[in-house]
Design a protein around this ligand. Structure first.
Ligand SMILES: C[S@@+](CC[C@H](N)C(=O)[O-])C[C@H]1O[C@@H](n2cnc3c(N)ncnc32)[C@H](O)[C@@H]1O
Ligand code: SF4
Length: 493
């Protein structure tokens, strides 16, 4: 797609608008590529009382030109130029493609952000919903969802300890690779052979990081062991990791301790017992779908029966909160089979249900088959699945408590966490809303230092891949991280 912009508009913003109507499109400043024949021409002018935008969209099939005038508003967080451009683009895109994006022109990964701010500024829920529908053209359904989540999050955040912190531990290993996955995760037998050395190095860094947290006088509110698939660790390895963590932290300040176990084919009763014995309060046992044909098609190497078995074992062992992740829009899955999965899962009553929408990233094995992917689903089908999941969860007494969006998600749909009241996954909220620092350990981990009033956020990156992490034998990277953290707390926090 060729993009030409005249006026005070960020080109990246224009690209995100293009992706609302033309997912997967490639951008060029010069020529409309022959294959897509798409071009967009935008002119934005600043006027005395606001901004005027004209958007001209062309494809092989036709052309749509729309204009919009936006008045400047006192205290607005976004410029009149950007809103004018967004609204003109939205109209042109709708006219040309027939698509009405349900999130309107609200881009970015945190759709609840505006609603949270609105409620905190004293707006009523209705005012926030009206603002989202009129200013950002968000559909009434999504505006209600995000306002409800913002209100629940605000209540939880009011009780959160902003002077505490959370600890994230990364296990980027899985027994095999799922074709839709774009996370860094090692799966080959050779790389899985690194697990012992990885664990040794990880435990060293965990100790150093917890000591740093203690020396800074911070409490730890939540611990999250994520992946990859943490239960790729065998029983002995899991015991070593959990001993390392629990021997150094004060359990009395912990609000939540999660192990994202993940794939049912890695879960044994012994591992769950070890997890429970170490005070873990929340595990994820994920199936993504209960349709065995789809599981096989996406290479998940487990069946629905394996999921039920793992879930039952977690119940028997007595882990208080079980979360289950699902994905709407997987290849080969239509509304019929997706809704059966939802119905069956709700009957099991996991405390948390996290509904994702398939996101197609280049790092995923199936990304090169993008054209097939478009044939796997239609807008209405995935949208219907997402609507069904949200409605069913709500009718069954679950509340939506966190939401995020990603680029390249089918139809720009969202990911939403649901919980039975009182069981909300707090780490997810603390991380998303950046209420306090996250100390992250292990390959691919990103520590996020958040100042006391939230105005400064510094990120500290670990090596991305386990082999890089292990190649550095003397552990200086973690020492450097600790120094940066101390510096942040002494000079910025
Ligand atoms: C960090 S992943 C790891 C979880 C665990 N390894 C598993 O697969 O069960 C967390 C969740 O992200 C979601 N996810 C992963 N890849 C995705 C994709 N391409 N699109 C949408 N959701 C995805 C899945 O629901 C997954 O359970
Ligand atoms: S989806 Fe989960 S199990 Fe599959 S490769 Fe990605 S992280 Fe591993």
């Amino acid at each position: 797609m060729k993009i030409q912009v005249t006026g005070n508009i960020n080109e990246y913003y224009v690209q995100t608008l293009c992706m609302l109507f033309f997912p997967g499109v490639k951008f060029s400043k010069t020529e409309a590529t022959e294959s897509d024949g798409l071009s967009v021409n935008i002119t934005v002018t600043t006027t005395e009382n606001g901004a005027d935008a004209t958007v001209d969209l062309r494809t092989e099939k036709g052309e749509a030109v729309c204009t919009h005038h936006e008045e400047s508003k006192a205290g607005a967080k976004v410029s009149a130029e950007q809103i004018a451009c967004g609204k003109a683009f939205f109209e042109a895109g709708k006219k040309l493609t027939g698509i009405t994006p349900s999130w309107g022109i609200l881009t970015g990964v945190r759709p609840a952000k505006l609603a949270i701010t609105g409620l905190m500024d004293g707006k009523s829920k209705k005012e926030v919903r009206d603002f989202l529908t009129s200013e950002y053209l968000v559909s009434p359904k999504k505006a209600s969802l995000v306002t409800e989540i913002a209100s629940i999050e605000n209540d939880l955040l009011a009780k959160a300890n902003r002077s505490a912190c959370s600890l994230y531990i990364s296990i980027p290993f899985c027994p095999s690779r799922c074709s839709y996955c774009s996370f860094v995760s090692f799966t080959s037998a050779k790389l899985l052979g690194l697990l012992d050395s990885y664990l040794t190095r990880l435990c060293h860094d965990v100790n150093q990081t917890i000591d740093c947290i203690r020396d800074l006088g911070l409490e730890i509110s939540t611990v999250y062991i994520g992946g990859g698939t943490p239960t790729t660790l065998n029983e002995n390895q899991l015991e070593i990791l959990l001993d390392t963590i629990t021997s150094r932290i004060d359990p009395s300040t912990l609000q939540e301790f999660t192990v994202e176990a993940g794939r049912p084919d890695t879960i044994t009763k012994e591992k769950l017992q070890i997890i429970k014995n170490h005070g873990v309060s929340r595990v994820s046992i994920n199936t993504q779908t209960l349709n065995n044909d789809v599981l096989e098609l996406v290479g998940r190497k487990h069946t629905a029966a394996d999921f039920y078995r793992a879930f039952e074992m977690a119940r028997e062992v007595g882990i208080p909160i079980i979360n289950t992740d699902l994905i709407a829009g997987l290849p080969g899955e239509g509304f019929g089979s997706f809704s059966e999965t939802i119905d069956a899962l709700i009957k099991l009553r996991p405390e948390n249900l996290t509904f994702h929408t398939l996101c197609i990233k280049n790092a995923a094995d199936f990304a090169h088959k993008r054209s097939n992917i478009n044939a796997w689903h239609t807008f209405n089908e995935t949208s219907k699945c997402v609507d069904y999941s949200q409605l069913s969860a709500k009718n069954a007494g679950y509340i939506p408590y966190y939401i995020y969006r990603q680029k390249n998600t089918i139809d720009n749909l969202e990911n939403v966490g649901y919980a039975l009241p009182g069981t909300e996954g707090l780490y997810n909220i603390y991380m998303m809303e950046e209420i306090h620092s996250i100390f992250a350990v292990g390959a691919g981990a990103v520590s996020k230092m958040v100042s006391r009033n939230g105005s400064v956020i510094d990120r500290i990156f670990e090596y991305k891949y386990p082999y890089e992490y292990l190649a550095e034998t003397n552990g200086t990277r973690n020492e450097e991280k600790v120094k940066k953290i101390i510096d942040f707390y002494h000079n910025v926090w």
